[in-house]
Design a protein around this ligand. Sequence first.
Ligand code: FES
Length: 187
Amino acid sequence: MNDPVHVTVESDDEATRERIFDSEGEVEAGDATFRFSVGGAGDSDGDSDRGEDAGDDDEPEERDGDPLFVAPLSDVPTDSTIRRTAMRPDGRRGVGFILRRGAESGEVFAWRNSCPHRPEVPLDPGRGARVDGGEIVCHEHGARFECGDGLCTWGPCVGEELDPVGVEVRDGDVYLDDERFASVRPR
Ligand code: FES
């Protein structure tokens, strides 16, 4: 995509405006999720439950039939992030989250893909969040976040923390471990 494209999603109590870097993805506002695919057969489920699965790319990732499978541990970087979507039990509303491994501990951490300064801004817009000096750096205004508790150490939201998402590692794979969610989608 050569020109900047922005998507705005409004729900009853929240509006989100997000710059789009990929040809497909999703934007959230409150409980509303808008999924898009430029030049493809994407869909949207807006602020209702009318959405339908978009196709193979939107199918839950499963390993051995486990809908909570997130990714192989080896896919989770120390110097960037990967994105996934945690689906609520109704299977229609999702929350985008990011994963990163601690460079020294190797421990996997996950947080909602949202900057505390402006929650509509994803820390990972689709190509992996920037990591500098061991900290995730927001591409919008440069806020820096520690691995682990996601504490903001510098920037307009200093002292705030990223919203954690529970994950666990089993047999070399990462699984969602958060009672709010029932399955995982690739993005
Ligand atoms: S939106 Fe992240 S620092 Fe401003």
